[in-house]
Design a protein around this ligand. Structure first.
Ligand code: ADP
Ligand code: ADP
Ligand code: ZN
Length: 214
């Protein structure tokens, strides 16, 4: 089963993709995570992407398309994948269609997480992850059971993304409305898209997704 999760920054795509990955044995392909790994490794690609990511803009379509195309070819994607953060522009959506045809894949579900802009700033500025295992948390909405200790791995070190600040969030929301929102219509027009209420609790969204995926 291959899925696309759509939605603005902070909508809950990563949170839900991690759950789906475990429940359905499919792999989460987050272009944001891949880019952050490139930045951390100091690769040429990472160096190209870093400044754009820090400013809240979108990295070039060519770079992203090549990155995801070679990732989808890897063995762990054979059982299915969840695209999280890709496609983000109309050229990316078109390139994905071409890629799927060439590689003989199909996308089974395109699911939009619908959320209010107002909620995004709080979601993003309160987001942090476990430095050990990458589990996601939120200052208000998803606290670890024991304060300062990761539920998943017991780690006590956490990190916040450099771009998760109030200024960059505005640019990211702008980029979403200008460049990504049109692909919601792209998939809507094809009649393959379903929407879930991303303003509901994490558990409720999970339930809505399971109802769609069956
Ligand atoms: P995205 O991948 O779409 O950018 P995330 O999954 O990283 O978004 O979620 C952003 C932040 O909001 C995280 O800190 C996460 O814990 C929190 N979050 C995710 N889904 C919900 C929800 N339904 N309600 C409240 N907070 C949520
Ligand atoms: P979020 O879901 O919180 O917006 P991501 O982790 O998906 O954040 O992306 C972080 C940054 O990486 C984006 O602001 C953008 O600069 C870059 N990026 C990620 N995916 C793409 C993409 N498909 N196209 C262009 N830029 C991307
Ligand atoms: Zn952890």
């Amino acid at each position: 089963m291959n899925l696309i999760l759509l939605g603005p920054p902070g909508a809950g795509k990563g949170t839900q993709a991690k759950g789906l990955q475990e429940r359905y044995s499919i792999v989460q392909l987050s272009t944001g995570d891949m880019l952050r790994a490139e930045v951390a490794s100091g690769s040429e690609l990472g160096q190209q992407a870093k400044e754009i990511m820090d400013s809240g803009g979108l990295v070039s379509d060519d770079l992203i398309i090549n990155m995801i195309s070679s990732r989808i070819d890897q063995d762990d994607c054979k059982n299915g994948f969840i695209l999280d953060g890709f496609p983000r522009t109309t050229p990316q959506a078109e390139a994905l269609d071409k890629m799927l045809e060439e590689k003989s894949f199909v996308i089974d579900h395109v699911i939009e997480l619908k959320v209010d802009d107002d909620a995004m700033v709080t979601r993003i500025t309160g987001r942090y992850t476990c430095a050990g295992c990458g589990a996601g948390y939120h200052d208000e909405f998803q606290k670890p059971k024991e304060n300062g200790v990761c539920d998943k791995c017991g780690g006590t070190e956490f990190s916040r993304r450099a771009d998760d600040n109030a200024e960059t969030v505005r640019s990211r929301l702008e980029a979403y409305h200008d460049q990504t929102a049109p692909i919601v219509s792209y998939y809507g027009d094809k009649g393959v898209m379903k929407s879930v209420d991303g303003m509901a609790s994490i558990d409720e969204v999970k339930g809505q997704l399971d109802a769609i995926l069956g």
